[in-house]
Design a protein around this ligand. Structure first.
Ligand code: C5P
Length: 255
């Protein structure tokens, strides 16, 4: 099988050195590398460096601010070469619409020389963060959201879709419910994924296996520590990638 697994490796490192070293070894083996706040704050140039290396860069910056500020941040991230970018859906409709308008305005000219791993010039695609996978029902209640967690995820996803975002980030636990309402090409991206052979779930509260995530309808699976903390991160990424491709094959065979 020569497909690239729908896996985004979360490069959650404190500085650029180890992130770029691992990214180089992952070229061609995973669909995306993900830059989160830890790495981005330490080394903002990492987005352009990863893009120049030939990766599709998922900038998980979880933007949440007034519309004008978020629009500016989307423009900057797009110019740096992010091809997938997160904003908090709870920022509300005006903020989400401003983000979409800013993303649409990022033209190829703003990204001189950018062609991306697949040779395609395009504006950044936006994903809405619904409810963090580290939050459970009681954590959600403590921040003042009454009602069921799944309903909050569905509410925020509807907001994201209405504003024109390309998809959402949610737990694989909610993916099937989301898929029932939002057909492809609306993207479902799921972190909180742990292979059965990984020791613990760390701080993730709503976890699923790679296979469960794909069978529930995820388009892209985000995995961090089971890969970055593994004795052999490339082997771990390949193993998880293989599980994802097997699950995709299973889905295709079942029609
Ligand atoms: O190490 P682990 O696999 O738990 O990493 C998951 C990654 O996905 C982290 O980079 C985290 O910031 C991100 N994420 C998440 N939940 C969300 C959105 C992103 O865990 N709702």
């Amino acid at each position: 099988m020569d497909r690239t697994p729908p896996l985004a490796v979360a490069l959650d490192f404190p500085d650029q050195g180890p992130a770029l070293a691992l990214a180089r070894r992952l070229l061609g083996k995973v669909a995306w590398v993900k830059v989160g706040l830890e790495l981005f704050i330490a080394a903002p140039g990492v987005i352009a460096a990863l893009r120049d290396m030939g990766h599709e860069v998922f900038a998980d910056l979880k933007l949440h601010d007034i519309p004008n500020t978020v629009a500016g941040a989307v423009t900057s991230a797009g110019r740096a070469g992010a091809s997938l970018l997160t904003v908090h859906a709870s920022g509300g409709p005006a903020m989400l619409r401003a983000a979409v308008e800013a993303a649409e305005a990022v033209g190829p000219d703003d990204r001189a020389g950018v062609t991306g791993a697949f040779g395609v010039r395009r504006r950044p695609r936006l994903l809405g963060v619904t409810v963090l996978t580290s939050l459970d029902q009681s954590g959600l209640a403590e921040v003042g959201v009454a009602g069921r967690l799944v309903d909050q995820v569905l509410r925020l996803a509807a907001l994201a879709a209405a504003a024109g975002l390309e998809g959402v980030v949610a737990s694989a636990e909610e993916a099937a419910r989301l898929r029932a309402v939002h057909a492809p090409p609306f993207l479902l991206v799921t972190p909180g994924v742990r292979p059965t052979w990984d020791a613990g779930s760390q701080d993730q509260a709503r976890v699923r296996t790679p296979r469960q995530a794909i069978l529930a309808g995820a388009d892209l699976v985000v995995v961090g520590r089971p890969i970055t903390a593994a004795k052999d991160p490339v082997e771990a990424a390949e193993r998880i990638g293989g599980e994802l491709l097997d699950a995709l094959g299973e889905l295709e065979r079942s029609g």
